[in-house]
Design a protein around this ligand. Structure first.
Ligand SMILES: Cc1cc2nc3c(=O)[nH]c(=O)nc-3n(C[C@H](O)[C@H](O)[C@H](O)COP(=O)(O)OP(=O)(O)OC[C@H]3O[C@@H](n4cnc5c(N)ncnc54)[C@H](O)[C@@H]3O)c2cc1C
Length: 380
C-alpha cells in the first residue's frame, strides 16, 4: 500500500511514523520547503499542553489529553530535550477567580487529572515576580520541549525505517482523484492513500481535489492565518510559565455568552492569551499576540505589534515589565479554519475516498500530533 503524506510538519511526520508500522506500507512524505518543520511546527510556544482549555467532547480536548502522554513518551524515546515543569493559570479579581473554577471543572470533565486550585501564597512562593494575583491553579502535566530538535529527531527516526522516504523540497501541485495520482514539482506519483497534512495550506491542497460539481463544496473551506508574535524579555525575572485564564472561561463565568457552550465556536479555542514561558535554553518569552492576516499572508512572519501591547497585558499580573526591555523574537501563524465563512474552532479530520484531510490543525497540535497520527491510522 503506497501512502503519500503531504506536509513535513510535526503532524505529517508523526503520521508517517505511525503509518510506517502498517505491514506492507510504503510511505512517501513530501515537503515543499528545503527544511522540515519550517512553518508552524517550529514557530509556537513549544508548550506541551495538558488539555484543560478545550471544550470536552471536541477533538482538540480528546487528542490533546491523549497526545500529551504520548508526546512525553516519544520525546523520551527520541532523546529530545523537554521539561515537565508544569504551568500556572492565574486569576486577578472575582470574575477571573470564578472562571478559574470553570477551568478546574472542565479539566476534570476532560480527564485531565492533575490540575489543582492552589493558594495564592503557594503561587507567589513559586513566582515572586508576579503581582495582583488573587487566584491560582497549577497544571502539573504541562511542560516545555525543544520543537526544532523534535522535528530533527522525527526525521532521523523515519530515515531508519526501510519503508519510508522523506522527500524535500517537493511541492504537491495537483491531485487527480479519479486516477489516484498527484502532480509534484518533481514529477507524478500514484497513491493508495493520500494524507493532506499541509497545515496553513491544507485548504489549498483540499481544493486541488475539486472539479466541476465538487467545486462549490471545496470552496467551503478556507484557512485564515492568525499571527502570534513573541518578544524576548532578557532582563525579566519570571521563573515559570504563567497563563491568564483562557477567555472562553471568562465568558462562561460571567454568563456573557450563551454561545460559549458550543463546541464549534472558534472563540472557545482561540488564543490562550499572552503568557510567559522559558524555552529549553532558559530564554524568557512573552506572547503570542493574535493578529488576523489575509489568506495570501500565510508565511508572513514579520513582527508588527508594538512591545507596549505585550507589556500592558503582562503588567496585569507581572511586576516591573516595561516595553523598552522587550525585543522582537519570532512569529508563527495559526491555521484557523473557516467553513462557509464561519469559524470552525475544532480540528476537522475527514476521509474523502482515498484521501484523508486534516484542516484547522492549530494549537494544541504540537502536543496532539502523536494522537492525531493514531486517529488517522484508524481511518485507513
Ligand atoms: C503562535 C502559535 C503558538 C502555538 N503554541 C503551541 C503550543 O505551545 N503547544 C501546542 O501543542 N501547539 C501550539 N501551536 C500549534 C502547533 O504549532 C501547530 O498546530 C502544529 O505545529 C501544526 O503542525 P502541522 O504539521 O499541521 O503544520 P506545519 O508545521 O505548518 O506543517 C505543514 C507543512 O506542510 C507543507 N506543505 C504545505 N503545502 C504543501 C504542498 N503543496 N506540498 C508539500 N508540502 C506542503 C508546509 O511547507 C509545512 O511544512 C501553536 C501555534 C502557533 C501559531
Amino acid at each position: 500500500m503506497q501512502i503519500c503524506v503531504i506536509g513535513g510538519g510535526v503532524v505529517g511526520l508523526n503520521i508517517a511514523l505511525e503509518l510506517s508500522e502498517i505491514k506492507g506500507s510504503e510511505i512517501f512524505l513530501l515537503e515543499k520547503e528545503k527544511f522540515l518543520g519550517h512553518h508552524t511546527s517550529t514557530r509556537n510556544s513549544e508548550v506541551i499542553h495538558a488539555g484543560f482549555a478545550y471544550p470536552c467532547g471536541s477533538l482538540k480536548a480528546k487528542l490533546c489529553v491523549e497526545g500529551s502522554a504520548l508526546t512525553y513518551e516519544l520525546l523520551k524515546k527520541l532523546k529530545v530535550p523537554f521539561k515537565k515543569c508544569g504551568k500556572w493559570i492565574i486569576a486577578c479579581g472575582n470574575v477571573e477567580e470564578a472562571a478559574l473554577h470553570e477551568v478546574e471543572k472542565n479539566a476534570k470533565a476532560c480527564g485531565v487529572k492533575d490540575l489543582k486550585l492552589t493558594s495564592v501564597a503557594e503561587f507567589y512562593k513559586a513566582e515572586p515576580s508576579a503581582q495582583n494575583v488573587t487566584g491560582a491553579a497549577f497544571s502539573g502535566t504541562s511542560g516545555i520541549m525543544d520543537a526544532s530538535s523534535y522535528i530533527r529527531a522525527l526525521e532521523l527516526a523515519l530515515s531508519s525505517r526501510p519503508n519510508v522516504q522523506v522527500v524535500y523540497p517537493c511541492k504537491v501541485t495537483g491531485i487527480d482523484k479519479m486516477n489516484a495520482s498527484i502532480e509534484t514539482d518533481r514529477g507524478p506519483m500514484q497513491y493508495d492513500v493520500l494524507i493532506n497534512s499541509a497545515g496553513l495550506w491544507a485548504d489549498e491542497v483540499h481544493s486541488m481535489t475539486c472539479r466541476g460539481d465538487d467545486f462549490q463544496m471545496c470552496a467551503l473551506y478556507q484557512i485564515v492565518p492568525f499571527k502570534g508574535e513573541y518578544y524576548t524579555w532578557r532582563k525579566g525575572k519570571v521563573l515559570t510559565m504563567i497563563y491568564p485564564v483562557p477567555s472562553r472561561f471568562l465568558l462562561q463565568a460571567s454568563k456573557a455568552s450563551k454561545a460559549s457552550k458550543d463546541i464549534g465556536d472558534a472563540t472557545l479555542v482561540s488564543s490562550m492569551g499572552i503568557h510567559t514561558h522559558r524555552n529549553m535554553a532558559g530564554e524568557l518569552f512573552v506572547g503570542p499576540s493574535q493578529v488576523k492576516l489575509t489568506p495570501d499572508k500565510k508565511s508572513d512572519y514579520s513582527i508588527e505589534s508594538p512591545p507596549e501591547l505585550f507589556a500592558n497585558e503582562l503588567s496585569k499580573f507581572v511586576k516591573d515589565i516595561s516595553a523598552k526591555d522587550l525585543e522582537p523574537a519570532y512569529a508563527g501563524n495559526r491555521p484557523k479554519l473557516y467553513k462557509g465563512g464561519h469559524p470552525v474552532g475544532d480540528f476537522e479530520i475527514f476521509k474523502d475516498g482515498k484521501i484523508i484531510h486534516l484542516l484547522g490543525i492549530e494549537s494544541p497540535a504540537l502536543t496532539a500530533a502523536p494522537a492525531i497520527a493514531k486517529y488517522v491510522g484508524k481511518m485507513i
